[in-house]
Design a protein around this ligand. Structure first.
Ligand code: DC
Length: 237
């Protein structure tokens, strides 16, 4: 039952935009939702991470906005669009695992706050949505507001600070102290928040709070929010 594909809006666009902070469970939940609905999947955070990997690899000064923007424009990037077959390649080099490393996590905000680089990645994200015939789950920080404000379903996936830290700890294998983790994740969210608002839902964006939900419950809550967003609502007098 849980793995049956649910068909919604067959033959019509269904862009599901999901934003949220680190550790809200956004990536794994978005991937599963895409799988359940038979939709493509785009992890936009992976694009910022891939660009950061490339800049570090090429010795680009991350504080040089012009150089980072140029790197974004020239970046040869390939990534999966089917959930369950995750890969990210930069100039043909597989960086799927490397972009998850702590060195990238701590450098990525410098790239994500470079407005010229953002403009280039947003342009590519819109092209990828069009290439998927607008049947896609897209997750990030500015999807509901900037990349696809016209999406059929727009959601903000949140979780309490406590729940987010606990999840990050699990994801990193519990090798860092709780304090280090909290400091790293909160500093990153604070820096990212200076260029995009992802802590509060914009108008028309539904909030799903996963603080007290497990993975499957969160997937179900997101599916319910999608159904609600695409259902015609009666107008109340
Ligand atoms: O979701 P993530 O941790 O993989 O995101 C990596 C970084 O990219 C993080 O610093 C936020 C930033 N980001 C962004 O600014 N806009 C997006 N649409 C996606 C990610």
């Amino acid at each position: 039952m849980e793995n049956n594909i649910i068909t919604l809006r067959q033959g019509k666009p269904l862009v599901i935009a999901i934003d949220g902070p680190s550790g809200s469970g956004k990536s794994s939940v978005s991937r599963k939702v895409a799988e359940r609905l038979g939709l493509s999947y785009l992890d936009t955070g992976a694009m910022y991470r891939a660009l950061t990997w490339h800049c570090l690899d090429a010795g680009t000064d991350l504080s040089d906005a012009v150089a980072v923007e140029a790197a974004a424009r020239n970046l040869e990037l390939e990534q999966n669009s089917r959930p369950g077959t995750e890969f990210v390649r930069v100039f043909g080099h597989d960086v799927t695992e490397e972009i998850r490393r702590p060195e990238i996590s701590s450098a990525v905000s410098a790239v994500a706050t470079t407005l010229g680089a953002r403009a280039e990645l947003v342009r590519r994200q819109r092209a990828l949505i069009a290439a998927a015939h607008r049947r896609i789950v897209v997750e990030g920080r500015d999807i509901t507001t900037v990349v696809a404000p016209d999406a059929e379903a727009r959601l903000l996936l949140t979780a309490s600070e406590e729940a987010r830290m606990a999840r990050r700890g699990l994801q990193l294998g519990g090798t860092q102290s709780a304090e280090q983790l909290a400091a790293q994740v909160l500093a990153r969210d604070a820096k990212d928040s200076t260029v995009v608002e992802f802590q509060r839902a914009a108008d028309g964006v539904a909030t799903v709070d996963s603080s007290h939900l497990d993975f499957n419950q969160t997937v179900d809550a997101v599916l319910a929010a999608v159904l609600d967003a695409i259902s015609p609502h009666p107008i109340h007098a």
